[in-house]
Design a protein around this ligand. Sequence first.
Ligand code: PMV
Length: 315
Amino acid sequence: MTNVTGRASAPGKVILAGEHFAVHGVPALALPFTGACTTVSVAPAPPETVTLTAALSENDHARALTVVEAALTRLALPRAWTVSVDSTIPVGFGLGSSAAFAVALVRALLMAAGLSATPEDVREHAHALERLFHGSPSGLDDSVVAYETPIAFRRGEAPERLVPGAHFRFVLGAVGYAGSTMEAVASVRRRAEADPPWFSKLKDSAGSAVSQARTALESGDAHALGRALDDSHGLLQEIGVSTPELDSLVVAARDAGALGAKLTGAGWGGFMMALVTPNRHAGVRDALSKAGATLVLELDVGPVPENRRGSDGSK
Ligand code: PMV
């Protein structure tokens, strides 16, 4: 190991379709959210000293420190680091804050240790670390954050990079509270186990919505993508992870001319996302603010250049 410092960033993410159902083996689609990111800096420290500086609650700080310790063990590095985290991704709002931390941490430590890794290596390490945050995550979040391109994902398989067929613009609106991914996932599991035939039908519908969304994304069909987002939201409502506040932001966006809207991520709080056309974009933003959104963000995705490289420099 060389005695250099390491510094790396990772973006947030949004889930376009298939969240929750992804835990149960249904494919899902996710997009990197480059409007916010987490940067991790690491520097060598005296032996048996691991310190973490991060603007986190006491509980979250303790968990993040556990993740740092686990990363050192996984990467076979000595317990001798100062780690600082700087993040613009809100914690617990479904924008992938924990995955971005895990990916940026792995990248920074590998850089400081003079080791290189592919996005797939980074993803595998980050997935193991995400388990400490979320229990049994599907791997969707760590995959899209490590690959930094739109992806199609299926639990247990390597993610597939997707190239959108056109530019799409999304407006994201937050409700004023965060949801717990671990609790929301556990609640869906309980419902699924209580009524397997019901859940199996919903899984089929979720699979169709994801497949429609993928075709629409790749072919550049905004109207079809909007319809797939609406269908996805209906399914998330059925499994009980939406809230009245998320629903009213979704309705406000649709009423203001969005092509489709859904909650994104684990639900029970956090963000919804709406697909907008250029001429409805400002109206949807306004409508979300008037309907009580506590934060309104934007995300643009479009065709990705063939030679795009991850921020760790590898393809
Ligand atoms: O990170 P969140 O809160 O956006 O949720 C992750 C997506 C889930 O499908 C709800 C969980 C998972 O592990 O895939």
